[in-house]
Design a protein around this ligand. Structure first.
Ligand SMILES: [Cu+2]
Length: 283
């Protein structure tokens, strides 16, 4: 078997195993959405599953009726077509049933959307600015600001003719030099904008993405309860290096977060540090 064929077969098998619910090793080959790590992402996931199951049920009923009718009323057994016009009963049924189905989808969808958009009463705010091709994070209350760019190893491996094998780079193209660090258990409001073209800030596990548009400030929020590292990418084609401006968010326990803030401030206090220059420029 050729190498290409065996890779294809391996992926197909892993995909099949994932569909059957076999282990997290095959997670990368999964076809479904993730439940994510926040209330909002869980809500989005359950809404997605609910509507998926409704679609399956509709498909079974519609195709079931269709195939049964084709088989039962086939010409070879002498079936004759019914011949009637203007049935009020049928018209009411085929109006009321879809209406009820749509309402049953709209209610949970509206609830999820209202929750997703409700960035009121945050515990803290972070301003996110998109640049070609990196992200800038500013913490107005803490007076911290820094750029977050593709990590050096990924950047080296991605160059044409590079001697570094991308397969050897951990979290290739999904790693940055400076992570966005946030505390767990806090409602964090994001103010998202851009300095040049339209970008989009997207971290899968948080359950949403938000466009970063020059001249506009978009709002979003999140609250993560467990410490962890989550990765994402720019999700709006923004130029030649669109694929090279990943996002890494690290949620830390409050004490660890406080220590991180103190360290950032100490670093910013040193006038020679690049962070201090950026803070000065932002202020
Ligand atoms: Cu971008």
């Amino acid at each position: 078997m050729s190498h290409k064929k065996s890779v294809w077969l391996q992926r197909a098998l892993l995909g099949g195993a994932m569909l059957l619910g076999a282990g997290s090793a095959a997670a990368e080959y999964g076809l479904n959405m993730t439940p994510g790590v926040t209330n909002v992402s869980g809500e989005v996931y359950h809404l997605h599953m609910l509507i998926f199951y409704i679609c399956c049920a509709i498909a079974v009923v519609v195709f079931g009726a269709m195939f049964y009718s084709i088989w039962k009323h086939r010409k070879s057994v002498g079936a004759e077509a019914a011949n009637f016009h203007e049935s009020t009963t049928v018209e009411i049924i085929w109006t009321v049933i879809p209406f009820a189905i749509l309402i049953s989808m709209a209610i949970p969808a509206t609830k999820a959307l209202i929750n997703l958009e409700d960035a009121s009463d945050p515990d803290m705010t972070v301003k996110i600015t998109g640049y070609q091709w990196k992200w800038h994070y500013a913490y107005p209350e803490e007076q911290i600001a820094f750029f977050s760019s593709l990590d050096a190893k990924s950047n080296e491996a991605r160059q044409l003719g590079s001697s570094v094998d991308p397969a050897s780079v951990e979290d290739y193209l999904l790693n940055v030099d400076n992570r966005l660090v946030l505390p767990v258990g806090k409602k964090v409001r994001f103010l998202i904008t851009s300095n040049d073209v339209i970008h989009s800030w997207w971290v899968r596990d948080l359950g949403w993405k938000k466009d970063a548009i020059p001249g506009f400030i978009n709002e979003a929020w999140t609250r993560v309860e467990e410490p962890g590292v989550y990765r994402g990418q720019c999700a709006e084609l923004c130029g030649k290096d669109h694929g090279f401006m990943p996002i890494v968010v690290e949620f830390k326990a409050q004490a660890d977060y406080d220590a991180w803030v103190a360290a950032q401030k100490a670093q910013a206090g040193n006038s020679k540090s690049p962070v201090a220059t950026v803070v000065a420029a932002v202020n």
